[in-house]
Design a protein around this ligand. Structure first.
Ligand code: HEC
Length: 181
């Protein structure tokens, strides 16, 4: 008899213990919190955070897509960028998209010197693997489109830093007459 009640007691203690483990005072993923000013229990990632299993710097990122960038590729890149990236990065890449205005982590401007100097392959990698607070787009955006977007970002960067010298000499005159410079 004493053996039996001991067993019962043991069972009780065991289940009670399990219950206590399950009801720990902890936050579920994405649960709201009154503790932090932004109302979220999850803390923002530190800029430059690399997702687990993504620290892979074996090969340096490529300078350009592995295919010729035509106007068609750029058009495709623009279309895909506007759909998948502009919600956060905005259409010109300054990082003021609608999602950001509603509280999402603000991405850096794509026109920073650091990103203007980065190889196109860096953009491809960011889309493929995600980057800090930014999720991966490998599933939504197929590889060729990711390159098209990378090429489009390059064009976008150039468009914001164009100098008269970038315009072919034979059309420069028209611009000057129109009061450009
Ligand atoms: C949901 C919002 C969101 C979307 C959509 C988004 N990004 Fe981002 N992006 C971010 C944030 C936030 C960061 C900054 C991440 C950090 O530093 O932790 C970032 C950073 C970047 C960077 C800079 C990386 C660096 O070296 O600092 C690039 C390039 C980039 N994103 C490209 C893209 C492209 C291309 C797309 C579309 C396929 C895209 N992003 C879609 C939020 C977004």
């Amino acid at each position: 008899m004493p053996g039996k009640s001991l067993l019962l007691l043991g069972l009780l203690v065991a289940t009670a213990c399990r219950q206590a483990m399950e009801d720990q005072p902890r936050y579920e993923p994405f649960e709201a919190s009154t503790f932090f000013g932004d109302g979220r229990s999850a803390r923002p990632l530190i800029p430059g955070t690399v997702a687990r299993g993504h620290l892979d710097d074996a090969a340096p990122p490529a300078d350009a897509p592995p295919f010729t960038v035509t106007l068609q590729v750029l058009d495709r890149g623009q279309e895909r960028y506007d759909i998948f990236c502009s919600p956060c990065h905005d259409r010109v890449g300054t990082g003021d998209g609608m999602v950001v205005r509603r509280g999402y982590t603000r991405p850096p401007s794509l026109h920073l010197d650091r990103l203007r100097e980065a190889p196109a392959g860096h953009f491809f990698e960011v889309m493929t693997k995600g980057f800090g607070a930014m999720p991966s787009y490998a599933v939504q955006v197929p590889q060729r489109d990711r390159w098209a977007i990378a090429a489009y970002i390059r064009a976008l960067q150039r468009s914001q830093h164009a100098a008269l010298a970038d315009v072919p000499a034979d059309t420069r005159g028209t611009l000057e007459r129109e009061g450009g410079e």
